[in-house]
Ligand binder design. Structure first.
Ligand SMILES: [Zn+2]
Ligand SMILES: [Zn+2]
Length: 283
């Protein structure tokens, strides 16, 4: 059995391991197949590929910030895992670049609001925490911890950077059907990330609609899903003919989950990547 972990973040977004350290960490943990899925970013692919040990496989990907519009009520933010797409396909590239700059712009606006309000934090502090990766809320959280404003990253997420905080600035997300279309247009495959994580959730009808639009899989085994959530999602996947995946959503020390905490069945992996097997990256 070859352990497969298809959802991992590096310093190219909000993980704390750089892509080289990440590959070494996966290797040491016995994970041979890793999906590198930084938020709206592909900047870690090259370094991670170069660091692969013999026998390891990199599944290049990204976790796209999307939104689903239900029949009633406001749009629901959600994450879409995109794998094995052509990173140079112009339509997808343009959309990812604008998402990425929007993420950084909103982070800078949040820090400006805090600074204007007298909190001892600067954009320079946050950028140095991010170490060249796309700045996100976890980096602001760590800068707030370093500045002594809060005791922990969790306290920052519950306080100054919470979506209900006056410092909070929203970010534009891609409508999920547009994202599925863009990824498929770039030759990739899509998996709905952690559909039943805490917060507002897309209902089963939304998953039915996404499957009809070309979604190929659902992330069923995820650290934020309890047993009931996994059973429910596996049943929907069975009904819709979707592939089920399992992943850790490892973020280094930004979250407590260990790499390989959840893994994907090798047969499910083979089915997921079959149409685009040529884009897997190996040592
Ligand atoms: Zn996510
Ligand atoms: Zn993630």
């Amino acid at each position: 059995l070859v352990p497969i972990d298809l959802h991992i973040h590096s310093t190219a977004s909000d993980g704390t391991d750089d892509p080289v350290a990440l590959v070494e960490h996966a290797h040491a943990a016995g994970i041979d197949t890793i999906g590198l899925t930084d938020h709206d970013a592909t900047g870690g692919w090259a370094a991670a590929t170069a660091a692969l040990r013999p026998g390891m496989t990199l599944v290049p990907g990204a976790e796209l910030s999307c939104e689903y519009q239900p029949a009633d009520g406001p749009a629901i933010p959600m994450h879409l895992l995109a794998y094995l797409f052509d990173p140079d396909e112009p339509r997808l590239r343009e959309r990812m670049d604008s998402l990425c700059s929007a993420r950084v712009g909103r982070a800078e606006q949040m820090v400006d609001r805090m600074e204007a309000d007298g909190l001892p934090i600067t954009w320079g502090d946050v950028r140095s925490v991010a170490a060249g990766g796309t700045v996100g809320r976890p980096h602001i959280a760590r800068a707030l911890v370093s500045a002594g404003v809060v005791d922990s990253v969790d306290a920052a997420f519950a306080g100054p950077i919470n979506s209900r905080s006056p410092y909070y600035v929203g970010k534009p997300d891609i409508p999920v059907f547009e994202a599925i279309d863009l990824v498929r247009g770039a030759g990739g495959v899509c998996v709905f990330a952690h559909p039943l994580r805490r917060g507002r959730q897309v209902d089963d009808h939304g998953i039915v609609r996404m499957a009809a639009a070309g979604l190929r899989g659902i992330e069923v085994d995820h650290p934020d899903h309890d047993a009931a959530a996994r059973i429910h999602l596996a049943a929907i996947a069975g009904d819709l003919g979707l592939i089920t995946t399992g992943s850790s959503d490892y973020h280094g020390t930004n979250k407590r989950t260990r790499i390989g905490a959840c893994t994907t069945d090798p047969d499910a992996f083979a089915a997921l990547v079959d149409p685009v097997r040529g884009r897997l990256l190996v040592a």
